[in-house]
Every structure is written in structure tokens, then in C-alpha cells.
Design a protein around this ligand. Structure first.
Ligand SMILES: [Mn+2]
Length: 493
């Protein structure tokens, strides 16, 4: 029997009728001790289950990424934790989501894991164990007990599946104590490790190097992004199908329908779905999604499915809720579309990261001048006063990968430098006319339009991963009509 079942020597918070004794086992604060006989009964007579999932398809790529990291930071031991559960409220946690860098190097979904890469090249994954039927935690531990949260892979299974030496987490302290020379810790994920190592410059360097290595996506990552985009395309179709049901019930229907697809076809949404109808589209991060959905207005849907291997799509379409754009909507839509096309055309190897933004802003500024919203004198030196920003509000691109805003700890000169084959970035210009903006003709007020696609830099240009979703207004109208011809569900909402 495991040590966990020994009577506690602490003074537990127990009631008088359940004194701790050799016949009782203390299992935690505010909980009555449990009879040893029950522990013995609950932890015996279970048939052993053996699971062989084979080698994870990412294992080869993760090993290569670990080598790249060690080559970039030689003669340094690297500690990379995944992080733990995050509290939602009191004793209820959010669903666990691995740390991005840890996951990129291991493909492990397990909470509380720590990857140790020794300067010698040795890699060891330390994982939390103890929820299996070897101790009372099997049925008393709500975070790890397998009767609470399901079976976890054994050490041997993890080792075989992920192709990395795997040890129990309680051996980590000893392994860390034995390290010689410089050691870098990826900070911000494991409070205990953060407290036991004084912050050093090499920690920041580790974070930076990981983020810069992740800029270039390998073949496995591009496939995962394609998978995330494919599920996202289905999610947008689902939303169009449910639009008639959303009329009258509101934006939450749209959020719910998209998020259903994300959970069914992927791990989750990669970020909070923005389901912005009417003038809510002029609020950049409208995630309250509690507004009405009205025929005649536009729906700005910014949403992405995160696939099972955590890569996320990030796509925006602005759709006419009735199925047909009004002339005023079309004027603005075509302007944003032209800006986006100019932006996408600027994405190629050797071009600067900001090239797409500059191309898109030049088109939008010219359009704002033509519409009379910007005055010619505002642009004496084109773009110099940046007055267009009242209506364009945000940058045009960000890197995309396991994080929706990927590689954010890369140095400016790397992130903003020349694009290289394997980079994946969004191109997402927008125009936003606030409903009370006195500088804008009344017919345009309250209209917000963004068009966002996910673009892979190739050796000779780019490939738009999200091309399966129509962008052209006529194609959008035809696409919506074809979905509605197949019938629309009555969701009884
Ligand atoms: Mn985006």
C-alpha cells in the first residue's frame, strides 16, 4: 500500500466522530477521514488496462525542435514547464491548456509537466503521477484521481507515444539539483520553480529564442493550421445555416453555434469568438455577444477553431444578415476587400512584415479620401498625419500558430523583419465607423467591416490557407443562398 494511505500526522480538521487512527485515512481539509478498509477495497481488484497509441505523429518534429533549441542555446540546461490548472472560481478550474512552448517541444497535453533539456542533449519529461489505483487519490483527488477525471497515460505509455524519456514529477527536484553549469528557466508557468530560481538574463533569452524558432512553421504545423482552418470554414457555414434562428435571439446563438463546431472538430476556440452584429462590429473585441441580430445589418464574425494539437485559425468575415449587401455596405466592403487583397499581395519572402499593413492602409486612405471622409489636406504628406487611424484602428497582421497572437516574445527586429518561408500571418484590415462619428456620412455610421485570412509565406510568394471561405461579395451572397437552400434548422431557442 502506498504511503498516501498512512494516517496523517497533521492535525486534520476532522469531526469527533471520525478520529484519525490506524483505521482511518485523512484525505484533506474539510473532508471526513475515510476508513482504511474502503481505501483497500477501492484500490484493489482492478484489471490492468494497457493502451498502445503508437508514436505520436508530432514526435519526430518535436525531437527536431528540441535539437534546434539546444543548438541555439548551447551549454545551457533548459527547464520548460507547461503550467498547471487555472482557477475559474473557488475550487473549479478552467479546462487545462498546455503552455505553448512546452507543447511545441513535447506534444504533451498533461498538466503540471516539466521538460528538462540538459546541456548534454539529454531530454526528460517529468509528469505528475499518482491518480491511478495505487493510492486513495484514485477516488479522492478531484484534479488527478482517475475515477474523477479519467485515466492518464502511464510513464511507459507517455515515453513510447511521445518518444521522450519520462519520469515522475517527484524526481524533478533531485534532477535539478544535479545540474551543472548555466540553467535557464521558462518563467511564468510554474510558481514553485519561479520561486526556487533567481531570475536571470538567460531566462529571457530562452523565452525569446523559443518564440523566434516558432516563427517558422514546419510541415506538421502547416498541416495542423490547415486542419484548424478547415474546421473554422465549417463553423462559418454552421453560423450561416443558423442565422435565421439567430434573428430574434441574438448574437449568443452565433457564438454558441461556432463554439459547438470548435469543441466537436477541435480542442476549443483559439480565442473568444467575436459575434458582432450591426454597430457592435465597430467594437474591435466585441465578445459580450449579447446584442440583437437584425436583417439589413452586417454580422462581423471573427472566430477560429483550435485543432486538437492546439494550432488555431483566425478568420473574419463580414456577412449581410439578410443574405444581400445594401449599396452602402457594398461600397465599404469593396474598399476593405481591395485593401486586404493589396495586403495579401505584399506577403512574400524577403518582404517586411509591415508591407501588408502599408499596402492595405494606402488603399484604405485613398478610399477614405474618395468618400470625402478624409480631406485632401489631411494627407498632404500621404499617411503622415495618420488620420485614417480613426477608422482603421488596428494593425493588419500578426503571427499565427499555437497562439493566436503567436511568437509575441520574438525580438522586434525578428518579428518585424523580413518574412521567411514557413511564417504564417493574418491579413485583416478593417474599417470602423462608430455610430456617433460626426465625421462620417450618416449612411455609413455604425458600419464595421473586417476581412481576415490566414496566409502562409511560401518559397515564391504566399498561400492563403483560408481561401475556401468566400471573400468576394457576390460569392458571399451565392454561398449564403446555397447554404440556405439546403434548409435551416429550427433550434427551438
Ligand atoms: Mn487576428
Amino acid at each position: 500500500m502506498n504511503d498516501d494511505t498512512q494516517p496523517a500526522t497533521d492535525t486534520p480538521d476532522v469531526s469527533a466522530e471520525h478520529p484519525v487512527s490506524e483505521n482511518w485515512v485523512w484525505v484533506g481539509k474539510h473532508r471526513p477521514p475515510i476508513p482504511r478498509a474502503l481505501v483497500e477495497f477501492m484500490t484493489s481488484q482492478w484489471e490492468e488496462i494497457v493502451v498502445d497509441e503508437g508514436v505520436h505523429p508530432a514526435a519526430f518534429f518535436c525531437a527536431h525542435r528540441r535539437s534546434l533549441l539546444l543548438e541555439t542555446l548551447p551549454a545551457t540546461n533548459l527547464i520548460i514547464p507547461t503550467g498547471s490548472f487555472k482557477v475559474r472560481s473557488n475550487d473549479t478550474d478552467f479546462r487545462f491548456r498546455p503552455g505553448t512552448d512546452f507543447f511545441w517541444l513535447t506534444a504533451s497535453h498533461e498538466p503540471d509537466g516539466v521538460l528538462l533539456l540538459e546541456a548534454s542533449g539529454e531530454a526528460t519529461l517529468f509528469v505528475e503521477v499518482g491518480g491511478d489505483n495505487s493510492s486513495h487519490r484514485f477516488f479522492t483527488d478531484a484534479q488527478y484521481g482517475e475515477l474523477w477525471t479519467g485515466r492518464r497515460p502511464t510513464l511507459a505509455e507517455t515515453e513510447g507515444h511521445l518518444g521522450i524519456a519520462t519520469r515522475p514529477k517527484d524526481e524533478l527536484t533531485k534532477a535539478l539539483a544535479a545540474l551543472q553549469g548555466t540553467t535557464a528557466l521558462l518563467r511564468g508557468f510554474d510558481a514553485t520553480l519561479d520561486a526556487s530560481y533567481e531570475a536571470q538574463e538567460v531566462d529571457t533569452e530562452l523565452e525569446r529564442v523559443l518564440n523566434e524558432l516558432r516563427l517558422v512553421k514546419d510541415a506538421y504545423e502547416v498541416e495542423r493550421l490547415e486542419e484548424a482552418v478547415a474546421a473554422t470554414v465549417l463553423g462559418f457555414e454552421d453560423v450561416v445555416r443558423a442565422l435565421p434562428a439567430a434573428e430574434g435571439r441574438g448574437e449568443r446563438v452565433i457564438e454558441g453555434i461556432f463554439n459547438l463546431r470548435a469543441r466537436v472538430d477541435g480542442n476549443d476556440v483559439g480565442y473568444s469568438t467575436i459575434a458582432a452584429s450591426g454597430s457592435h462590429a465597430t467594437v474591435l473585441h466585441w465578445t459580450r455577444n449579447d446584442g440583437a441580430v437584425r436583417r439589413g445589418e452586417l454580422l462581423l464574425l471573427d472566430a477560429g477553431v483550435e485543432c486538437h494539437d492546439l494550432y488555431t485559425a483566425d478568420v473574419t468575415r463580414t456577412l449581410p444578415i439578410s443574405g444581400t449587401f445594401t449599396p452602402a455596405q457594398l461600397t465599404l466592403y469593396n474598399l476593405v476587400l481591395a485593401a486586404q487583397e493589396a495586403g495579401i499581395a505584399a506577403v512574400k519572402p524577403g518582404a517586411k512584415f509591415m508591407a501588408a499593413h502599408e499596402a492595405a492602409m494606402a488603399v484604405l486612405t485613398a478610399g477614405l479620401l474618395e468618400l470625402g471622409i478624409l480631406e485632401p489636406q489631411d494627407e498632404e504628406t500621404p499617411l503622415s498625419k495618420q488620420l485614417h487611424r480613426r477608422y482603421t484602428l488596428h494593425g493588419t497582421s500578426h503571427m499565427l500558430g499555437i497562439d493566436v497572437h503567436d511568437c509575441s516574445h520574438a525580438r522586434n527586429e525578428e518579428y518585424l523583419g523580413e518574412l521567411r518561408p514557413g511564417y504564417v500571418l493574418t491579413v485583416e484590415p478593417g474599417l470602423y465607423f462608430q455610430p456617433n462619428d460626426l465625421t462620417v456620412p450618416a449612411e455609413y455610421r455604425g458600419i464595421g467591416i473586417r476581412i481576415e485570412d490566414d496566409v502562409l509565406v511560401t518559397s515564391d510568394g504566399n498561400r492563403v490557407l483560408s481561401n475556401a471561405l468566400p471573400r468576394d461579395p457576390a460569392a458571399i451572397e451565392a454561398w449564403m443562398a446555397s447554404i440556405w437552400r439546403e434548409g435551416t434548422p429550427d433550434l427551438h431557442l
